[in-house]
Design a binder for this molecule. Sequence first.
Ligand code: XIL
Length: 313
Amino acid sequence: SNSNALARAAGKLYFGTATDNSELSDTAYVAILSDNTYFGQLTPANSMKWDATEPEQGTFTFSGGDQIVSQAKAHNQIMRGHNCVWYNQLPSWVSNGQFTTAQLTSIIQNHCDTLVSHYKGQIWDVVNEPFNDDGTWRSDVFYNTLGTSYVDIALQAARAADPGAKIYINDYNIEMTGPKATSMLNLVKDLKSRGIPIDGVGLQCHFIVGEVPTSLQSIMQQFTALGVEVAITELDIRMTLPATNALLTQQETDYKNVIAACKAVSGCVGVTVWDYTDKYSWVPSTFSGQGEACPWDANLQKKPAYSGITAAW
Ligand code: XIL
């Protein structure tokens, strides 16, 4: 069986992938993307971000996100909305704005409400990457204006917009024991204790071959013990190029271990790869000299990594 069929058989909601609008004109790519035995869920890599959806204050553009939703719906795939509030890919009217707390509160509320209302019935990454790697809060317009309350404001607006949506906070480098995971655990505890709505924590899982954290499963269990679900939201496992057979074999083991960790945690609802093919991976343009992070190669052929995924499910 294929990756999503196996994830479903293991009791998970989905095995999914990120995709992007420009990729939807590649017919060979779309043929695999559309096969819901492989993928039961899609995440738009860019087209629901703030710069794409509200480039000017109060002017919303849904066309890019709508196209991904149509692609998903046509093949019975569920969607993760990505994302409402993030310091990056933020239009300058927000990032450079000088706002009072009341103004920025209503800007966040309007943005989250409009997105989550338009894209109903989804899972949503409502807050993305709130922490620095040392566990301190990221210094951005949201934190600098509102302090940590911006998280409450965003989550409450998202819940009110669609009580049926699953609302998440999503981050990277929270997949291993350390200060950043501790801060996220403490944030979830704090939100729960104050009755602020939160359904899940997304662990991005942008990993390096041979360096999958051994505490991944234990960390997921620590989150689910707080009464939230978890998901692996942006999995890729990059290597320093050129690829060798040894690296591709290690990558197979690494993918297997990540899937096995999710499988073992009952509150881990699914796994999303950050695009399924090296043809469209964000890695080479972001991490110089690195790549081949995905389970399908640039010619849309399955790599050993794909066998690691199916073996673990
Ligand atoms: C990346 C996209 O894949 C790229 O196309 C874009 O240029 C930059 O953003 N963490 C996230 C994602 O939450 O939104 C990022 O996506 C990758 C890191």
